[in-house]
Design a protein around this ligand. Structure first.
Ligand SMILES: [Zn+2]
Length: 90
């Protein structure tokens, strides 16, 4: 499979949210692996970005974090409103 050069077989290994499905091929002298994210996104990724955990997901972690902080902001706003309402009452 990997004629002439030795590379580490990453098949089946999980890096962050990525699971390595199979060897993808060489792009510009670099080895790429076909990886599937937990959300279902399949993308070829370079061995080093996987092993160094430079890429932990297709970007869905980031999106989830944004959604989460947005939720916190709304909760804060509601709390603030509550405080303002209470001061009005007094
Ligand atoms: Zn994803």
């Amino acid at each position: 499979m990997f004629r002439g050069y030795r590379i580490e077989d990453l098949t089946g290994i999980v890096f962050g949210r990525w699971t390595v499905i199979k060897y993808y091929g060489k792009i510009k002298r670099l080895h790429y692996w076909e990886c599937e994210c937990e959300c279902g996104t399949v993308r070829p990724l370079q061995s080093q970005s996987l092993t160094n955990l430079k890429s932990r997901s297709c970007g869905c972690i980031k999106k989830e974090k944004q959604k989460y902080s947005y939720k916190i902001k709304i909760e804060d706003d509601n709390r603030m409103k509550g405080i303002i309402d209470e001061t009005k009452k007094n």
